[in-house]
Structures are given as structure tokens and as C-alpha cells.
Design a protein around this ligand. Structure first.
Ligand code: ACO
Length: 376
């Protein structure tokens, strides 16, 4: 029996053609295209097409794909009433996990797992997660719902439904870049969760629901919220160094730092740092950016030798704050993006499936006699 690898570190669990990471060199590619190229030139819709098809679309293909997404923005009949019956104080990650699961009941063939059906279900989820989030936010805030606008991109439409007015182009563009940067990332925990679930030949809704549950954790996608909580806790730029060093001395984790795969700068954080700086200047939040930069500098001196650098969640916190997103929608926005990657992996899994069923190294006792209740 081979030794167990705690956290499956270093274990190759499958082959993929979707995204490539070189953690030593700080490289991330989707279908071979460096993430920086996509962040600079692509859009979220085009990136999702790339992930699902293994190539960039031509103009007509992108227009058709975009139209397919937009015509699904509105919720199926009955979903809105279900949403409006939820407790207003429900946490958005719990809401979105539950409502993605509920979407399956509005699909007449929820278990169809042929590739065209999987793509159709993935489109349903991709298009409706932003609507569910925006509707829920307005409902809990006592504001009237704002219907989706099919003339707008996923990023523009989400901000429009959330705020009830068209977003400034710089804000919509920033969100779109964030969605591109967050769309896929190898065998991260939530993607692995989705693929493990799909390997039982369950269904797309179940796979994405499970992945959302995984992403919620503070060691995964939930860290972007943790970063903002930390930034709010630090009273001033001057107090930053002591705050970080005190936490490290107590062996506490600094949210938004460290990664199982990257032992150099996360290439997504490189882009987000620039984005955060620009947006902070534009929105009068430069002090927030300076505090973030100070945390990074302190960490560079204190722990960079261990290969701990900012990850995708660190500067996305400042970026989302500047875009005007409420704190508890930070991780749900990650869901909007990652549905693209999860669905690509579910489709890849089903294209050449074998049930995931690893072995385990049993360390417990053997041959123990059952003790009757009267003798315990
Ligand atoms: N702050 C301080 N120290 C850290 C951090 C951190 N953020 N991350 C790792 N370390 C230290 C650990 O204390 C440990 O030190 P030791 O060897 O002296 O005991 C060493 O680095 C290894 O840490 P592990 O937790 O074993 O590394 P692992 O690969 O299991 O975990 C993880 C990776 C979970 C991302 C970790 O770095 C972490 O908890 N980071 C904070 C949460 C976070 O930002 N998560 C988002 C990751 S990106 C994403 O999922 C979208």
C-alpha cells in the first residue's frame, strides 16, 4: 500500500486539456493561452467559450454563444417565488448553493448527461447565477428587483441588476477581467469536487452545487471575504506591520496568501494588483490599496522564503470593494466566474469517465468484540 498523501499533495488525479499551471514559474494558461493575454484581450463570454470548446470562437460563434447566455438570464417560472420566500438574512453562498440545486427541478431532463445536454445545463447555470445573486441582494435590501437586460454582457448585466443603473464602463470592465482571471484553475478543490461527483454519472446541477459548497470554505474561495475583514480590522497603515507579525507569531494564517501549487507570485494576483491600484485611485480608496501593499511587503520579509505570496483572493478583495460589491457577495462573484471552469471540467470528465474511488490507509483497530449496552 503506497503512503497516503495528506491533502493529496503531489498526487496526479487525472489528465486535463483545460488549464495548465506551473507553480514554480508562476504560469497559468487556459487551453495554452497565458492568463495575462486573456485578461488583456478577452472577455468572460469568450473565455468560457474557449474553456468549453478548446479554442477561441470566430465572430459569428461568439455572437451565437453570447446570445445563448443572454436569452437564459431570466429565471424559469417559479424560481423567483422560491427566492422571494427565502429568509432575508440567509448568507448569499448558502442561498446560491441551494438555488443552483433548485434550478434542476425546473429542467425536464436534469439527468441527461450527453455532451449537448451538459452544455445546455451549464448555460442555464452560468446565465442565472448572476440573476439569482442580484435578485436576492435586492430582495434582502427591500429594493424592487431589476430585470436582466439582454443587451448587456454578464458583467454589465450583473452590476445593472444589482444596482439598478448602468455601471461605469471602467467598473464593468474591471469585473469582466476578474471573471476571466477566476474562470478556471486546474484541479483546485472545488473543481476536483465537481469532477468527483460527476464521475458517478450524477448530473451537472449536483456537480456545480457541490463545487459551490467547496468554494465557500475560507481556505478556498471564501478567503477573499477574509481579506476584506482583515483590511477592515487594521486601523491604519502604521498599524499594519504589527498586525501581520502578531498574527504570524500566533501561527494564524494571513488570508489571501499562500497556495498549494504556486511557490512564486500567482499570475492572477499580478493583474489584480494593478487593477486594485487603478480602481482604488479612481474611487478614493487608495488607503485600502496602500494597506494591502504594506501587508504584502511585510509578508515578503517575514515568510516569502517559505514560498508564500499573494494569491488570487488578496487583491480581488480591494478590487471588489472598489467596484462597490457588498462584502458577502465577494465569494458569490467568484462562483459566477468559476461556473465556466467547473462546467468545462464536468464535460471533460464525462467525455472519458471513470469513477473516482481512491483507497484509504486504515489505522483503526481490528476484530473488536461488540460490547453489549449493559456492559458499557
Ligand atoms: N499565512 C501564514 N502562513 C501560511 C499561509 C498564510 N496565508 N499559508 C501557508 N502558510 C504557512 C503554514 O503556516 C505552514 O507553515 P509551517 O510549515 O511553518 O507550519 C506552511 O506555510 C504550509 O502551509 P499549509 O497550510 O500546510 O499549506 P497548504 O498547501 O496545505 O495550504 C492554503 C494552502 C490552504 C491556500 C494556505 O496557504 C492558506 O490557508 N492560505 C490562506 C487562505 C487563502 O488565502 N486561501 C485561498 C487560496 S487561493 C483559492 O483557493 C482561490
Amino acid at each position: 500500500m503506497p503512503m497516503a498523501s495528506k491533502g493529496l499533495e503531489g498526487i496526479v488525479a487525472a489528465e486535463t486539456k483545460i488549464s495548465f499551471i506551473d507553480g514554480e514559474k508562476g504560469v497559468l494558461e487556459y487551453i495554452g493561452i497565458p492568463i495575462g493575454e486573456l485578461a488583456s484581450h478577452s472577455t468572460f463570454e469568450e473565455t468560457v467559450f474557449l474553456l468549453w470548446n478548446g479554442r477561441l470562437p470566430n465572430k459569428a460563434e461568439l455572437a451565437a454563444f453570447t446570445a445563448e447566455i443572454r436569452k437564459r438570464y431570466e429565471l424559469p417560472a417559479g424560481m423567483e417565488q422560491r427566492l422571494l420566500a427565502l429568509p432575508r438574512d440567509a448568507k448569499p453562498m448558502h442561498m446560491i448553493r441551494t438555488m443552483v440545486s433548485a434550478l434542476s427541478m425546473h429542467d425536464h431532463t436534469p439527468d441527461a448527461n450527453d455532451i449537448p445536454s451538459l452544455r445546455s445545463k451549464a448555460l442555464n447555470i452560468l446565465a442565472r447565477v448572476p440573476t439569482l445573486l442580484a435578485y436576492f441582494h435586492r430582495y434582502r435590501s427591500g429594493m424592487p428587483l431589476v430585470r436582466p437586460d439582454v443587451n448587456l454582457s454578464v458583467a454589465e448585466n450583473f452590476l445593472y441588476m444589482l444596482n439598478g443603473e448602468r455601471a461605469k464602463p471602467t467598473m464593468a470592465k474591471a469585473l469582466d477581467v476578474c471573471l476571466v482571471l477566476h474562470a478556471d484553475h486546474g484541479f483546485n478543490n472545488s473543481t476536483f469536487t465537481a469532477r468527483v461527483l460527476m464521475s458517478t454519472q450524477s448530473d451537472m446541477y449536483s456537480a456545480i452545487t457541490a463545487a459551490i459548497g467547496s468554494l465557500k470554505g475560507p481556505l478556498h474561495g471564501g478567503a477573499n471575504e477574509g481579506v476584506m475583514v482583515m483590511l477592515n480590522e487594521i486601523p491604519s497603515l502604521e498599524a499594519t506591520e504589527k498586525y501581520v507579525l502578531d498574527k504570524l507569531a500566533k501561527k494564524d494564517k494571513i488570508m489571501g496568501f499562500g497556495h498549494r501549487i504556486y511557490k512564486s507570485y500567482d499570475p492572477r494576483a499580478t493583474h489584480l494588483q494593478v487593477l486594485a491600484k487603478d480602481l482604488a485611485a479612481e474611487t478614493g480608496n487608495s488607503s485600502l490599496f496602500e494597506k494591502s501593499k504594506k501587508i504584502e511587503d511585510v509578508m515578503a520579509t517575514a515568510v516569502a522564503a517559505k514560498g508564500i505570496y499573494p494569491n488570487v483572493d488578496f487583491y480581488s478583495a480591494t478590487t471588489y470593494h472598489c467596484i462597490g460589491l457588498p462584502l458577502d457577495l465577494f465569494t458569490p462573484v467568484f462562483v459566477i466566474a468559476r461556473v465556466g471552469g467547473w462546467a468545462a471540467h464536468v464535460i471533460e470528465q464525462m467525455s472519458d469517465n471513470r469513477l473516482f474511488r481512491p483507497d484509504v490507509d486504515y489505522k483503526g483497530p481490528h476484530g473488536v468484540k461488540y460490547t453489549p449496552m449493559s456492559a458499557r
